[in-house]
Design a protein around this ligand. Structure first.
Ligand SMILES: [Zn+2]
Length: 121
């Protein structure tokens, strides 16, 4: 692959990585022990009395579940991005993980974190 294109894709990946980490940072805490793992913070109720407390608690559970699924998706993307960056550094970037064929540049320009070619995915 052309070095110039590779550099452009690398920049793209790094930008995406920063923006995903920024998103995650809004509601999750990076797990220092497990590199690349994030934990969603449990939202804290802002107090209240009687049934309001229970209602708030229910809202929190719902909000927490939503955030967990967002976190999960962002984390998966982040993992793919990190993997792609690693491959760019160590070699093997742009190869389909399933069939071993080159992934089309046009595809990588749109999804630089792609791990498989269009046929295999
Ligand atoms: Zn393939």
């Amino acid at each position: 692959m052309n070095k110039k294109i590779l550099n452009t894709l690398k920049e793209k990946l790094e930008k995406q990585k920063a923006s995903i980490e920024g998103e995650l940072g809004k509601f999750a805490k990076r797990d220092e022990k497990l590199k690349g793992d994030w934990d969603t913070k449990y939202p804290k109720s802002n107090g209240g009395a009687g049934s309001q407390v229970l209602e708030d608690a229910a809202d929190d559970v719902e909000e927490y579940a939503t955030l967990l699924s967002i976190e999960y998706n962002l984390e998966l993307r982040l993992q793919d991005i990190n993997l792609a960056l690693e491959k760019i550094n160590k070699g093997g970037y742009g190869k389909c993980e399933k069939c071993g064929k080159k992934i089309l540049e046009e595809r990588l320009k749109i999804h630089p974190e792609a791990r498989m070619c269009t046929k295999c995915e």
